[in-house]
Design a protein. Structure first.
Length: 340
């Protein structure tokens, strides 16, 4: 599975826009008051996952006017007005957080690849984001025939607004374990095989589980063993023996940290939104799902076991991601809607 990283890389996009009028020198004062719009377009798993967007509903979030629309298999979010392109781009993490929360609350999956686009004349829609002057229009022309399940605008609006308003993002959100985990979460909806979907979600939990060291006494003993290995390496001439000793050195280094199984368990126990009895019970369920991961890889599992473990991994991943984004928990029963 290919993981795509959010990045600021220029690539021409084939988005159609109305031609700009040439400004005369006498209009320089008006030009200084020009405002800009930030436009984010994501390719959703199905076309038009939300209905009632024909009128392009407007709402306010993070003190900005936001517009939501759909265009040729893409969900489009626009925010304005910004005094400069730089100010518009600085708001990008807010819109991304809103889209991430849509995926967490309503399973509206989309391809996570987003690249900075330049507006050119054309006829197709592409994922990405751009900034353009207020007063111009971005349009796309295409056609398709499909069947789909959609959610209403009134249903998804609170999730989008909460994400834009309330998410807490690190300064380099596209380079952290959070970004990797969100990409894996979104990617799991594109996996057609239940096994691949389950493994993808478990890997996302592994990414989010913090790396912690074992007790100091255990670490000191391992370091002593490593020193013995280093001493033997200094005098060993046989190539096979050196390879084995180097492998042992790396293994001892790895053993200084707690196992992934224990780290995932602690990840759930550290969730502040879970009460004490529920927290311990859910941690056991998640650990059991992780154990099933190993069984799946080596011996295989029954279909019903896989379905239950997949649901557990899904709920655990959504819980942890919402905590990392600084968003309140969602009732699991309310979030169990059909994946879009």
């Amino acid at each position: 599975m290919t993981r795509r990283r959010l990045q600021l890389a220029r690539r021409p996009a084939r988005l159609a826009t109305a031609p700009r009028r040439r400004r005369s020198p006498s209009l320089s004062a008006a030009a200084s008051a020009e405002s800009f719009v930030l436009r984010v377009s994501v390719a959703t798993r199905v076309a038009e996952p939300i209905f009632n967007l024909r009128d392009e509903p407007r709402f306010t979030a993070a003190s900005r006017e936001i517009t939501l629309s759909d265009s040729v298999g893409h969900l489009v979010v626009e925010a304005g007005d910004f005094p400069s392109p730089e100010d518009a781009l600085a708001f990008l993490p807010r819109l991304l957080a809103g889209l991430w929360n849509l995926a967490l609350e309503h399973q509206i999956a989309f391809l996570p690849e987003l690249k900075l686009q330049t507006i050119t004349k054309g006829f197709t829609q592409e994922p990405g984001y751009c900034v353009y002057p207020r007063g111009q229009k971005v349009k796309a022309i295409s056609g398709y025939l499909t069947g789909k399940v959609m959610l209403g605008w009134q249903t998804i609006a609170p999730a989008l607004i909460k994400g834009i308003d309330g998410a807490v993002l690190p300064a380099n959100a596209d380079e952290t374990d959070l970004a990797v985990a969100i990409e894996l979460y979104l990617g799991s909806f594109y996996e057609t095989a239940p096994r691949a979907c389950f493994l993808t979600r478990m890997i996302a939990l592994e990414v989010l589980a913090p790396r912690t060291s074992k007790h100091t006494a255990a670490v000191k003993l391992l370091e002593k063993l490593q020193a013995d290995v280093d001493g033997q390496l200094a005098t060993e001439a046989d190539a096979d023996a050196r390879d084995a000793l180097q492998s042992l050195h790396r293994e001892l280094d790895f053993r200084k940290e707690h196992s992934i199984r224990r780290r995932i368990r602690q990840l759930i126990l550290d969730q502040p939104s879970l009460k004490e009895p529920e927290r311990e019970h859910f941690a056991k369920q998640v650990v059991a799902a992780y154990d099933l991961r190993g069984k799946l890889v080596h011996t295989g599992v029954k279909t019903e076991e896989l379905a239950s473990a997949n649901e557990t991994a899904m709920q655990a991943l959504k819980l942890v991601l919402r905590t990392r984004l600084g968003l309140p928990p969602v009732d699991p029963k309310a979030s169990k809607v059909q994946s879009i």
